[in-house]
Write a protein that binds this ligand. Sequence first.
Ligand SMILES: [Mg+2]
Length: 266
Amino acid sequence: MQDCSLSSPAPPLLTVDAPAIRTLSSSVSLALLLDYDGTLMPHADDPLAGGPDEALRRLLRDLVGRAGVEVHVVSERDPRILDEWLGQLPVRLHAAHGAVWRGPDSGWSELAAGFDAHLEPVREAMRTYAIRTRGSLIEEKLVGVAWHYRRADPEQGAQAARELCVLLGGLLATAPVEVLVGNRVVEVRPRGINKGLAVGRVRRGAAILAMGDDHTDDDLFAALPAGAIGVAVGGISRNASWRVPSVTAARRVLQEILSIRTRARR
Ligand SMILES: [Mg+2]
């Protein structure tokens, strides 16, 4: 059964001078697994807005330019949008919660199909809540469907999200799909597809730092091997070992890793 709660305890605060960052940055091979919305960029009110700013492009490009560093962007976004926003950068992209992925020089992997029939009752329930909750909207995704309430009244939106989540849990109890409560979003997607899949696509033996800001990133943190670092951006997580307070702080950690690796090469 899915968990419809919207909050979790916060792990300890990670600062840029933490020994953990220094140790990780000194690894011969380093993989950075980074959620996009709410981690590298602030959440946009419109789910179709929110492309990267110039500072972020430069940061990602510079990180990949350091020997032994792999950057993976692990997002719930569709591949089309990730291509548009990040396709020009030499990073690895994992779209739709890791359902499909691509390397810097390859096309997207194939998608497992055949679950769309289970989504009809989901769409119907979401339509009801979209009408009832002013400012909320439905997003059709490559794999799944999502109801966003970022522009709705926060209290009314959170209450509606809890109700919708419970309703969907009942409707979908025996279906091969799962209900996810993210940052002002309730999403339904095929079971077994989650951001943790990206961990298996990392270069073998690499030290790993993963960052993400909502419950969907907990799957990523849970799949990390021993010794890897999982950082919750904004602090909401069950499985992260550390937290940073904001997108700015998350970028600061990445900037510090870049600085350490830049110094090491001199
Ligand atoms: Mg996010």
